[in-house]
Structure formats: C-alpha cells, structure tokens
Design a binder for this molecule. Structure first.
Ligand code: NOJ
Length: 586
C-alpha cells in the first residue's frame, strides 16, 4: 500500500477499509424465549456476520435501562441489562467476535442518562446536592409560572414532541431533556461529568471493546455565550421553538471531543473506532471532527441524505428526488475528500427500511436492494450495514398505532392527534418514517416469529419473513445476502474502493446514479438505474463503455457491455483511464 499522502491525506488505519454491521440487540435473536433479543442470541449468530465478511459489530445499547427509549436511556454504564444477559455473557460474546477476527464497538450514550441513573437521582434530590450541576436545572422563565405551560426556561421542543424541559416539584425547577423526559441531559460544562464519562469509556476499553459509536455527541455543548440558554425560533405561530442552533455543534464541542480523545483513547496507543453520531452537522464541522490532525473522532454519521425526503418535519414524507440525493451525497464526498472521513449508511435503528424508502420493495425488491447496496458501498467512506438490510428487509406497512412500540412514534401520534390532526394522516407519516420499521425481529427463517424467538416477540415480525429470511438467502448465491458479501469483499480486495477519488457524473439525471472512483491508473465506474424503465447508457458524461469489463452487477444474466440498464440494474465496471501524454517540453 502506498504512503498515506497518496490517498489525499487519508491514512491507512484499519477502519478505512472496514465494513461495520449494526446490531439492535432487542430485535436480533432471543435465546431464552422471553420475546426480547439478548447477548447469547447474538453470540449464536456470529457466523452469519463472519460469513458476510463484516469487520466490526456496533452494538446498540445493552446497559441496564428502564427501556423508555429502548436502551438509549441508561441507568448504569458498567453493567448489562438483565433482559439482555450478564457481563459474563458479554465477555463470551466479545471473545466470539474476536475469535472470528471481528471487532466490537459499544454505543456510548452520554449526552443524557436515564432519569433513573443514580447521578440523576442524586441531582434531583436537592438544590445543594453535589451532583445538582451534573444536569441542566433552571428556574421557570421570568414571568412564567412553574409547572404551567409557558413556564419552561426556554421554548425548545424535544426531539420526541412536547417541551424539552420537565418541571420537577421536588425542588421547583425544570430539567432539560432533548429526548424523552426520562432522558435528562448531562451538563458537559461540569468537568466532573466529563471525567465520569471518560472513566466509563476506560472501563469498557479495559474490558476489550474496540471503540464507540457516540450517540448525538455533537449536542453536548449547549450555547451559554449569551449568559442564559436562548429561545429558538418558533414557526407558524407555534409555542415551541427549534433549539437546535443553540446546542448543535455548540461552542465547546470540539474542545470536549479533543479532551475525550486525550483522556480516553490517546494513552492506550491502539487504533480504536470512534464514530460520532452528529445530527444537523455541517460539512465544515464534520471536517473539524474527523481531521486526523485534531484528534477528535474518526468519522461522523451525518443526516443530510436521510433527510432528503422529509418535508417540514420527518413525518411529512416527500417522494425521493434522486437529483437532490445525488447532490447531497456528492457534496459530502467532496467536503471530506482531502481531510476527514465519512460513514456511509442508508439504514439504522432510527430510519425506515431503505428498500421501501428509496428502492422498490414490490416486484424489484431484490434488484433494488442490491442496487442501493452497490451505490452506497462504492462511495468513499466506511459502510454500515444495519441488521436485516443484507436480506432486503422492508417496511411493515403499519395501519394501526397499536402495532407500534417506539416512544417517538407514540408521542408524535398522541401530540398530533391532540392538536387536531387527522389520525389517518398521522399514521401515513408513521407508516413511512416510523422507527419501528427497523426494529421488527431479524428474519432468520420462515417459521413463526421469523425464528427470532420461541416466545411472544416484544414487537411483531414483518409478515414477509416467510419469503424474506436468512435461511433462504445464505444458501442462494443470487441472494441479496451474497451481493452484500461480494461488495464487502470488493472493498477488502481493492484499494480503489477504499481510497479512490470520487467524481459524480450526470448529476442532473433523474434516474441515473453514475460516478467514478479512481486510484492511480484504476478507475471504477458505477452506473445505476433508479427506475422500472430501461435506461440507455448514452449520457454525454459517460465514457465509452464498450471495453469496460463488469466487476459486479445485480442481475444474474450476462449482458453485452454498454447496453441499456434494465430496471433497477446497477453495474460496477472497470475502466482504464486514457494514458495522458506527457506535457510537451517548451
Ligand atoms: C440517537 C439514537 O440513535 C436514537 O435511537 C435515540 O433515540 C436518540 N439518539 C436518543 O438517545
């Protein structure tokens, strides 16, 4: 491999050529029949991941938690949620992962804790408790009545509907919670809080984990520059406003991230994976977070491309505008081309299933799932596969709120209907965007509950598991699973996929997604048809494809080079750049 400088500033750290697989433990595999996935269930299925060629597993939270937000509300950072197992189970899982040559990263949720975490229990107990300042406590705003609507210290709306402040009559003050009222925000201004977080990280790294995915970590620095936390802008005469500008990529966030690196990782002298979940991050901040020289994190999860089909809120769903999607993807490829690194993802536990969202989950489910995978995995960055994505698991088609379990969807439904919205219309938004689409049981086989549990699952399996399941796909070389396996192998075997420069072609074409990746004298050309209609490869941006051999495609049957793309067809072609003649001497 060439020296790092040859890759435009990017080095050759292991995570640049890695592919990460996200497990949502609650929904992956239940080993004890209680209807909830657990660690032993994961351990039993590690060969599914090793067979795919996965390098890293990211485990969504497995710590003790009241499960108000399915584990993103942690009440003890140094143990395992009993329904998921024990620390001994965890150690066995970690050993199984390492034995297969894979790594394991934990979810670090430290913008907030559970309100049942002992730190918060202490903090809320009195105004002079030593941990009072570990959270954001504020009196009612001037002129506001404590505990009454409008008394909140700022007008910020929580991500999960309603005000971001909860009144606590024990001390007559409000505490801040950007998420549910059971997820109070930690006060990172307090150095003791930061120390406590770094100690937690060290505890898990000592146990052998290989890094962290850091939950909403760009929200940890709230903007105090004006002295008090400012109100946000409220749209359409609403009472609640958007606080995001006052806590997204806040004034001290880079200082905190650099400190976290210095205190948590730097002394260990090993390369961990540090991925920052950063909603609302700008490209400029993403460069700052991921510039290796600054020592903050290795890569970010940005959200622009998965917000592309949102209206005013995520629940107002717009059809996919491919031109806008390409523009966004291109913008991020360019922004991090020379400094920094990005994560590549379509799916995770917060997003609807991509085959339903940007693909065609009817007649072209297999083709469109493979196409989406091909396009994503050929970009520059580290790809993430979310459980079931490798099987083309699809949205459920929810029709009744009773089928839902997610606090975000349930709160949104309750608030919207209380404000007079049409329940059918509200359900249409949830059907398309609800997070439970991603949280149905992993589809292992065609049996009852998709082979996820022998008991009664905490959320119903998608009925399509009778056709869409791992058992059917692992033995079928033409399956979506094997297409993912091939894409992962392609990345492992070809430095151009990891390090190559990215150039978007035909950006204004409404159905063609085309780009090149080039490293030294190797160019890969990706052409993909986001439609059910045939698509001629005659766009002026495309080079002559007659001699370009197919490296990987998503159709079984061979096709003559250069012929029109079939519905949802994607091809990766190898293309030799014309040798440039040396500049003529003067
Ligand atoms: C982002 C996580 O991905 C999401 O699932 C969670 O609800 C919020 N952060 C709050 O922790």
């Amino acid at each position: 491999m060439s020296a790092p400088a040859d890759f435009g500033g990017a080095g050759d750290e292991w995570w640049r050529s890695a592919v990460v697989y996200q497990i949502y433990p609650r929904s992956f595999a239940d080993s004890d029949g209680d209807g909830i996935g657990d660690l032993n269930g994961i351990t039993a299925h590690l060969d599914h991941l090793a067979g795919l060629g996965i390098d890293v597993i990211w485990l969504s939270p497995v710590y003790p938690s009241p499960q108000d937000d399915n584990g993103y509300d942690i009440s003890d950072y140094r143990d395992i949620e009993p329904t998921f197992g024990t620390l001994a189970d965890f150690d066995r899982l970690l050993t199984g992962v390492h034995e297969r040559g894979m790594k394991l990263v934990m979810d670090l949720v430290v913008n907030h804790t559970s309100d049942e975490h002992p730190w918060f229990v202490e903090s809320r107990s009195s105004e002079d408790n030593p941990k009072r300042d570990w959270y954001w406590w504020r009196p009612p705003r001037d002129g506001g009545v404590a505990g009454r609507s409008g008394g909140e210290p700022t007008n910020w709306e929580s991500f999960f509907s309603g005000p971001a402040w909860e009144y606590d009559d024990q001390t007559g003050e409000y505490y801040l919670h950007l998420f549910t009222r059971k997820q109070p925000d930690l006060n990172w201004e307090n150095p003791q809080v930061r120390r406590a977080v770094y100690d937690v990280m060290t505890w898990w790294l000592d146990r052998g984990v290989d890094g962290f995915r850091m939950d909403v970590i760009n929200l940890i620095s709230k903007d105090l520059r004006a002295g008090a936390l400012p109100d946000g802008i409220a749209r359409d005469g609403r009472v609640l406003g958007d606080g995001a500008p006052h806590y997204t990529d806040g004034p001290r966030v880079h200082e905190f991230m650099a400190e976290m690196h210095r205190e948590g990782f730097a002394p260990r002298g090993s390369t961990y994976l540090r991925v920052a979940e950063t909603p609302g991050v700008t490209t400029d901040h993403a460069v700052l977070y991921t510039d290796p020289e600054r020592g903050e994190v290795d890569m970010v999860f940005q959200f622009e491309h998965v917000n592309i089909d949102h209206g005013v809120t995520k629940w107002d769903v717009a059809p996919l505008d491919l031109v806008a999607l390409k523009a966004s993807m291109d913008r991020w490829q360019r922004a991090l081309a020379t400094t920094g690194w990005n994560s590549l993802y379509w799916d995770n536990h917060d997003q609807p299933r991509v085959v339903s969202r940007f693909g065609d989950d009817g007649r072209f489910r297999v083709e469109s799932a493979k196409l989406l995978a091909t396009v994503l995995h050929l970009h520059r960055g580290t790809p993430y596969v979310y459980q079931g994505e490798e099987l083309a698991m699809a949205n459920v088609g929810y029709t009744s709120i009773d089928q839902l379990r997610d606090v975000e969807s349930l709160n949104f439904f309750a608030h919207a209907v209380a404000e007079g919205a049409d329940p059918e219309q509200v359900m249409a938004g949830i059907r398309a965007m609800g997070r439970d689409n991603a949280r149905t049981p992993m589809q292992w086989d065609a049996s009852q509950h998709a082979g996820f549990t022998t008991g009664s699952p905490w959320i119903e399996a998608n009925p399509d598991h009778v056709e869409v399941n791992a058992a059917a796909q692992v033995d079928d070389p033409a399956s979506v699973y094997h297409h993912y396996r091939r894409l992962i192998a392609l990345r492992h075997d070809n430095p151009v996929v990891v390090h190559g420069d990215f150039v978007m072609l035909a950006p204004e074409h409404p159905a063609l997604y085309a780009f090149t990746r080039t490293l030294e004298d190797v160019t890969l050309l990706v052409v993909a048809n986001f439609s059910r209609a045939e698509l001629a490869l005659d766009h002026a941006d495309l080079p002559d494809l007659a001699d370009a051999p197919l490296v990987l495609g998503n159709y079984d049957s061979e096709v003559e080079p250069g012929t029109a793309l079939r519905p949802w067809e994607a091809r990766v072609l190898r293309h030799r750049l014309p040798v440039e003649s040396p500049p003529s001497p003067r």
